[in-house]
Design a protein around this ligand. Structure first.
Ligand code: NAD
Length: 502
């Protein structure tokens, strides 16, 4: 057994798991009955595990368990007690932060320092939503008829969540926390390529006091376990985080069962640099926007729009800076960029770079590290128009397309000339212009002289191919609840306009 696999299994044992990936159904770690799924370490290309797909059988068991436990979770304890459990979950995540970060780093190939940040954010999500558990209530509405009309804000019941491989524990905590704070129960299917930290998170949550069966995790494939859970009669809503292509399939399956969906999909975000910006700060921001996480971020600043007067200077600064970025082993403390997370994505990113070359791009890049692993070095594609494939399709790698613009109007037109609507940024010292651009660019999140700042208290989501619905903040509380309108007639004789009693 390799040293890395040994380290991975030790980390798994220390968060209450067995030594191979298993689903978590009604509190039981359970092997699937389905086809084999392999987990490959993207740094060594070693097969870490082969496990069996949860398939339709476990999907049914998971939804049944969630359905059976939801009423007790919503009504069997006070909302304040529910919040207290979530506080305890937050503390447990923090006290197991290192093994959680190690599992994520080995399986997803993400630098350990980024993994630590994401685990801390997960703890913050449970702490934030713990405070909302007993503060969400309806309202009294002054209807004209004289009835007492009030609303109850109720949980939906069972929600099914699907998450991707690029930020497994982060996207898991992001969706589980608001769902359970509002009294729902959950079935979650992380990516089949990175399922372990989501199971670990829920196992730790159960040890911290979450009743078994309130959150169930399916380790397995989308078309089998995922599709079966979408169709299960107990599931009231589907929340999907992933690619536009799969999002379309998931939304179609949900709609054909008359179930609502939230879709958090991809992006092609514009990072706009004006010549009056602090160019050094803007360059650091542009690097973080596209190279951190090896560009495998939905909000990556993958279209760099630079005012023509400083375009060459800025691209040169960005390209020179690439040489100082440390690529390497995700477990190494100094690593800033790890490998691409899986072979399929590696093929996609390298294929997109080849296509950009065929479409006439001038390519600035650097050597990758020696040895194996799915590494793609930081890359800038220059001399492409905004219509080029690399400027319109999500690459989801450390690859940015740099495009010049002349004035504010052209910057806005280029930024909006995309089928996505997720995020964007502007770098300028002109405050008025910063606000004008923030308003004019189609995006769910927009930064001014900054990039990638997010917090669980602030809403997040997109439009068009970036999806619909909102996560985080109070918006997520609305997504995971529904209002019930209650009418009480307090008049001496009922105000019913029609009816006979014999
Ligand atoms: P993907 O669409 O390939 O897979 C996402 C999930 O869908 C996985 O769990 C997968 O197993 C599941 N799935 C696949 N087919 C399914 C089916 N037929 N039914 C049900 N589930 C199915 O995405 P990915 O490659 O894992 O992730 C990368 C994508 O995720 C990128 O496009 C990225 O931008 C996006 N993303 C978006 C956000 C956001 O918040 N907007 C966050 C992270 C990632």
């Amino acid at each position: 057994m390799s040293e890395r696999l040994c380290k991975l299994q030790q980390a798994m044992l220390s968060v209450g798991l067995n030594e191979h990936p298993q689903s978590l159904i009604n509190g039981e770690l359970t092997d699937g009955p389905g086809a084999d799924v392999s987990l490959i370490d993207p740094f060594t290309e070693e097969v870490l595990f082969t496990y069996a797909d949860a398939d339709t059988d476990l999907a049914k068991l998971a939804c049944d368990a969630a359905s059976a436990t939801q009423p007790g979770w919503a009504k069997g304890m006070s909302a304040a007690a529910r919040g207290q459990v979530m506080q305890d979950i937050s503390r447990s995540v923090l006290s197991h932060a290192e093994p959680l970060a190690q599992i994520e780093a080995i399986v997803a190939g993400k630098p350990i320092r980024d993994c630590r940040v994401e685990v801390a954010k997960v703890a913050e999500m449970f702490a934030y939503y713990s405070g909302w558990a007993d503060k969400l209530h309806g309202e009294v509405i002054p209807v004209p008829s004289g009835h007492l009309n009030y609303t109850l804000r109720e949980p939906l019941g069972v929600v099914f969540q699907i998450t991707p491989w690029n930020a497994p524990i982060f996207t898991g905590g992001w969706q589980i926390a608001p769902a359970i704070a509002t009294g729902n129960s959950v079935v979650i299917k992380p990516s089949e390529l990175t399922p372990i930290t989501t199971v670990a998170l829920v196992k730790l949550a159960e040890e911290a006091g979450l009743p078994k069966g309130v959150v169930n995790v399916l380790c397995g494939l989308g078309p089998t376990a995922g599709q079966a859970a979408i169709e299960h009669h107990a599931v009231r809503k589907v929340v999907f985080v992933g690619s536009p292509e799969t999002g379309r399939r998931v939304a179609t399956a949900a709609a054909s069962n008359l179930k609502p969906a939230v879709l958090e999909l991809g992006g092609k975000s514009a990072n706009i640099v004006f010549d009056d910006a602090n160019l050094k700060h803007a360059c650091l921001g542009a690097q973080a926007a596209i190279f951190s996480g090896a560009g495998q971020s939905c909000v990556a600043g993958s279209r760099l729009l630079v005012q023509r007067s400083v375009h060459k200077e800025f691209v040169d600064m960005l390209a020179n800076g690439m040489n100082n970025i440390t690529l390497g082993d995700p477990l190494n403390e100094n690593t800033e960029i790890g490998p691409i997370s899986n072979a399929r994505q590696f093929e996609h990113v390298t294929g997109m770079i080849k296509q950009a070359a065929n479409e006439g791009a001038t390519i600035h890049t650097r050597t990758k590290n020696d040895g194996c692993g799915y590494f793609v070095p930081p890359t800038v594609l220059n001399d492409l128009s905004n219509n080029a494939t690399a400027a319109q399709s999500e690459i989801f790698g450390p690859v940015v397309t740099a495009i010049p613009f002349d004035d504010e109007a052209e910057a806005i037109a280029l930024a909006n000339d995309t089928n996505f609507g997720l995020a964007g940024a502007v770098w300028t010292s002109d405050v008025g212009r910063a606000h004008r651009i923030a308003e004019a660019v189609r995006a769910g999140t927009f930064w001014i002289n900054s990039y990638k700042a997010i917090h669980v208290s602030s809403p997040f989501g997109g439009s068009l191919n970036s999806g619909f619905g909102r996560s985080s903040g109070t918006d997520a509380l609305m997504e995971y609840t529904a209002a019930k309108s209650v009418w009480l007639d307090s008049a001496p004789t009922p105000k019913i306009a029609f009816g006979y009693v014999s």
